[in-house]
Design a protein around this ligand. Sequence first.
Ligand SMILES: NC(=O)c1ccc[n+]([C@@H]2O[C@H](COP(=O)([O-])OP(=O)(O)OC[C@H]3O[C@@H](n4cnc5c(N)ncnc54)[C@H](O)[C@@H]3O)[C@@H](O)[C@H]2O)c1
Length: 469
Amino acid sequence: MSDAYLSFANSRLGSVITSILGLPQPQPLRRFSRHQPVLDGEVLVGAGPQPGLLEALVASFSAMQAKTLAHDSLPQWTAIANAAGLMSGRWAVGDAPGMRVDALVFDATGLRDVVDAEPLYHYLHDAIRSVRPSGRIVLLGRSADGCVNPGQAVVQQALEGLMRSVAREARRGITVQLLRVAHAAEPMLEGALRFLLSPRSAYVSGQVITLTSPAGWMGAKVDWQQPLAGRTILVTGASRGIGEAIADVLGRDGARLVCLDVPQAQAALDTVATRLDARGVVLDITADHAPAELAALAAEMGGWDGVIHNAGITRDRTIARMRPELWQQVVAVNLQAPARINEALLTAGALKPGARVVCLSSISGIAGNAGQTNYAFSKAGLIGLVRSHSEAFASRSMAINAVAPGFIETAMTAAIPFAIREAGRRMNAMSQGGQTIDVAEAVAWLASPASAGVNGQVLRVCGQSLLGA
Ligand SMILES: NC(=O)c1ccc[n+]([C@@H]2O[C@H](COP(=O)([O-])OP(=O)(O)OC[C@H]3O[C@@H](n4cnc5c(N)ncnc54)[C@H](O)[C@@H]3O)[C@@H](O)[C@H]2O)c1
């Protein structure tokens, strides 16, 4: 559904009126198109004392062919980067203002005390206005369990509040994230940066993502143009909406697809499957025989490399008015079916090593929502599912994560009454709803080897929604 206010606010007259009235001024977000480089312009690199990721950053930026600049907090970057064949220079020499950049990346992994954060304050203070619209800001830190003393744990946790506040202030389609990199997870940095710095993460902001080093990880050579080439992935609920967008993006990234939907959606499913040269499966995932049927199909196809549990329904009522069948239907489709299917696939050995499962949760499962008790229960349950199963998946060299969309422009949200819909759309740092492609890009990243080191986590695709913040 189109967002008429977004178009109006970006017209000549609309921008004047919205500015005078102090109304939200959503920026049209830049989205990824095939063969586009990760970044068009420069990355301004800064760091606090004892940065732990400079080598990994040099390797990542070299592989991305990104151009970098050194902030005053990291003057040694110029020499390090140039020695690695990365063209680099100083930013804002003397009193000269710094040039505009596409991204800010600050290595805060060495911060051990609150006073160590001063270079970060200066860096953000100096540079935030120099980030171009739809630019990116990534702070790199450590997680509490990687901290050697309480002082370090304090300042590393403090980064979260800083990052979330900068994300609310940045506006102009700029996203801000905190990436916590565990010791030994440095090789995973490139895949995460490629997602977070590129337009693929257009509607992901204010997020904390942790990279760990998966046990027995041997490294994976990723074809960055086709990161899913050679992988077979099941997408449930693929005939329309977010599921269709996921199938499109996974197909674009090289996956061989199995697209599933209910019998009532067969015509639309056939269209999607034909377009993507995918295998169409007509099946109700709540049917008793569904898990065994899917496990048998996966085995027949030589095993699957991923499953996207996207199929979901709403049957909204307040808890007082909720009839038992409405509760049961929602819980059965959204939560029990994914759990049973995972179980069957794992038991049958039908998921290949390296397989990645992604569950579609929701902001409602994090923040709760009046009238959605059954839905919020099921979507919060999915978060429990990914967290509680992550170790078992890791022990098989696999990963399971969730994506929690906020307000996404779909048939479902178009049906919401106007006033509530407008409120839902604007209650986030981007002042607009997300597109189905934004969810699909996040799912595609989590389904690919580019997200190695991410397991048992929930990635919100919500434009930093105020709900559940
Ligand atoms: N649209 C949003 O703003 C939003 C926000 C948060 C989360 N989500 C979640 O994203 C997912 C996709 O949402 P959407 O807006 O595209 O929904 P949608 O209703 O457009 O599509 C859901 C698909 O799932 C299929 N499906 C439903 N029950 C099924 C069953 N028993 N077996 C097999 N397939 C079944 C439907 O036929 C449909 O094709 C859902 O899990 C939803 O809860 C959506």
